[in-house]
Design a binder for this molecule. Structure first.
Ligand SMILES: Cc1ncc(COP(=O)(O)O)c(C=O)c1O
Length: 313
């Protein structure tokens, strides 16, 4: 077993990212899908993102299990099995030579085989994976001052229409929220459902701190692996984790708010619409949770070192 090591010679073509596409390992810029693919024309796909920190995947089995569930919910079945997909994730990551990496896996509908009716059942599903240099949803500078969170005016697509637990690219409601946030001079956005209950934002779950309770929404959201980690770590900080409804008023009245995502970890918020919290800076509980989250990356049960020998080419 080989750990990712800076000493090894890395093919420079992979330094900006490596991908697995159409059965081949290629530099990121060479990974393509057809413009006729239903993944493109209908957002008919599902995906997952896991990060690699200091040469090890964080909670890889959890991400793979969620990806398998997403594929099943969306009736996507690429030819690779889960073990094969895992080997591919190791390989694309290894090829970059990086030790802090954003690693994506995507199952895509494909397009109907020639001569057959345009039915999803007649499509050749396929699997794509790629590894990119580290990505943060909010930049480290914004995380340090606390993000400015805009509560979007438009509701999140209802769960009954689109199951948010199958991680997907149907982002137009989230994108509209982002456009509002951008117009109002905010960093990012959170959407409420039609009843005014808090859901999630573009690429993250939302946590509200009130007293010693940290709450996150139980419906209308992806069951984030970072969210799960925060809920598991909360008792170590003397906090009570809670999964349940959060009203918009509770969000606006929170002691602290933080966001949770693989692409950035625990990200403190310092402004919620016009309200400024904690002297316009990250609150103490958010800071401690952020520290604990990153410290927990050394826990052996959550680390899977990147292997260079997962696939022989
Ligand atoms: C809509 C949405 N919610 C929540 C999350 C956070 O999930 P995780 O912590 O597993 O990255 C993501 C991650 O990309 C997301 O896209």
């Amino acid at each position: 077993m080989n750990d990712v090591s800076p000493q090894r010679t890395v093919d420079p073509r992979f330094a900006q990212g490596a991908a697995y596409s159409q059965g081949r390992f290629v530099p990121m810029a060479e990974a393509t899908i057809s413009v006729l693919d239903f993944g493109f024309t209908r957002a008919d796909s599902c995906y997952d993102v896991v990060h690699v920190k200091d040469g090890a995947f964080f909670r890889l089995p959890d991400h793979l299990a969620r990806f398998a569930a997403s594929m099943q919910k969306r009736r996507l079945a690429p030819p690779e099995d889960l073990a094969g997909m895992e080997a591919i994730l190791h390989r694309v990551t290894w090829l970059t030579g990086l030790s802090d990496v954003y690693v994506a896996m995507v199952a895509i509908r494909g397009r109907p085989k020639p001569g057959l009716p345009r039915l999803i059942a007649n499509c050749d599903n396929h699997f794509v994976a790629y590894a990119l240099p580290w990505i943060d949803v909010l930049s480290p500078e914004i995380q340090a001052r606390g993000g400015h969170l805009w509560i979007a005016s438009i509701p999140r697509i209802p769960d009954a229409s689109l199951d948010p637990t199958a991680k997907n690219y149907n982002w137009m409601d989230l994108n509209r929220g982002l456009m509002e946030a951008q117009d109002a001079g905010f960093d990012t956005t959170v959407l409420c459902d039609a009843e005014g209950l808090v859901t999630e934002g573009p690429g993250f779950n939302v946590f509200v701190v009130k007293g010693s309770t940290v709450s996150t929404s139980g419906h209308g959201v992806l069951q984030g692996i970072t969210r799960k980690t925060v809920l598991e770590l909360a008792p170590e900080l003397g906090l009570t984790p809670r999964v349940g409804d959060i009203t918009r008023a509770e969000l606006e009245d929170a002691d602290e708010v933080f966001l949770a995502t693989t692409a950035g970890g625990v990200m403190p918020i310092s402004r919620i619409n016009t309200r400024i919290t904690n002297n316009d800076s990250p609150g103490p509980i958010s800071r401690r949770m952020k520290e604990l989250y990153w410290a927990a990356h050394t826990r052996i049960q959550w680390r899977t070192p990147v292997r260079g020998d997962s696939i022989q080419e």
